[in-house]
Design a protein around this ligand. Structure first.
Ligand SMILES: Nc1ncnc2c1ncn2[C@@H]1O[C@H](COP(=O)(O)OP(=O)(O)O)[C@@H](O)[C@H]1O
Ligand SMILES: Cc1cn([C@H]2C[C@H](O)[C@@H](COP(=O)(O)OP(=O)(O)O)O2)c(=O)[nH]c1=O
Length: 262
């Protein structure tokens, strides 16, 4: 340690764990498709993919995260937005699932230096749960920040969130075709608000959230840019800061702080 200093300043901390990445965006935007193609092209990069939230990728594996998801889906009685009428309970269970993902799988993979990609992570919970609770967009936005802040107290936020965007109608129609369903007007409205709220959260935190717009990029460009952004992402050892409040740093188990190179 440098004489006369008590320790490294927060901005001097560097992390040795792997990168924690999430892929977010409204239904049908291509998260699963693009992540699959990314993995096919980067087989040697040691990526670990988690898609715990997905109701379509739901399997019978016996673990706590999937058990919690099963309970949520059963209680929601077919509602694609997992609404059982108890939004606080749902939100805490969804955050419990994401904390479980971290404790059960991601933490070990990250400690081994591997890159973990979460298909939908805490930003999805923040967006959809706050929209359900708050009919007005400003209150929903503030509530989303609270949910992110709460999440960051229990597990690290992703080092990088890739937000895939597209024409909203085209994306939702793809999800309808894929799932063989038709969303109601009220559900379309929720997708519309989710699209806007994801965008607002991304505009607030451009260092953490990168927007890739399918309207402006070819498929190959999208996948290349996802790979480039992931390669450039740095694992964060710093205390997570959301909405100007500081949650405890959660990376002490994953990495050793050291002096940054100057
Ligand atoms: N670039 C693409 N080319 C062909 N099909 C695509 C493409 N992107 C998405 N799709 C299809 O559109 C549907 C929605 O994409 P998906 O990746 O499942 O979205 P998400 O995971 O974001 O909900 C799927 O049936 C998928 O196969
Ligand atoms: C994570 C999360 C998802 N959802 C909704 C959004 C999506 O409609 C659905 C997620 O299902 P998923 O299978 O991940 O959808 P997609 O691949 O189409 O993006 O659950 C919530 O309502 N609340 C949440 O906290």
């Amino acid at each position: 340690m440098t004489p006369g200093r008590e320790g490294p300043a927060a901005h001097d901390l560097r992390c040795h764990r792997g990168r924690l990445i999430s892929v977010e965006g409204i239904s049908g935007v291509g998260k699963t498709h693009l992540t699959g193609q990314l993995l096919e092209r980067h087989t040697s990069d040691g990526f670990v993919v988690l898609e715990e939230f997905s109701q379509r990728h739901h399997t019978d594996d016996n673990d706590l995260g999937r058990d919690l998801l099963r309970i949520l889906i059963a209680a929601a009685n077919g509602d694609p937005f997992l609404r059982s009428g108890h939004p606080g309970t749902e939100t805490l269970l969804l955050l419990a699932i994401k904390t479980f993902d971290y404790e059960n799988g991601s933490a070990t993979a990250l400690a081994q230096g591997r890159t973990v990609i979460e298909g939908r992570s805490v930003h999805s919970t923040a967006v959809y749960q706050s929209l359900i609770v708050h009919p007005d967009d400003q209150s929903a936005y503030q509530h989303a920040q609270l949910i992110l802040d709460l999440a960051a107290r229990w597990r690290p936020l992703p080092d990088l969130t890739i937000l895939i965007t597209d024409d909203m109608t085209a994306a939702i129609r793809r999800a309808e075709t894929r799932d063989g369903i038709r969303y109601t007007e009220q559900q379309w409205q929720l997708h519309r608000r989710a699209d806007a709220l994801f965008g607002r959260l991304a505009a607030d935190d451009p260092q953490r959230l990168t927007v890739l717009d399918r309207r402006r990029l070819t498929n190959d460009q999208l996948i290349d840019q996802m790979a480039d952004h992931i390669a450039a992402a740095s694992p964060r050892c710093l205390a997570e800061t959301v909405n100007r409040t500081t949650a405890p740093a959660r990376c002490s188990q994953d990495c050793q702080p050291q002096h940054a190179e100057r």
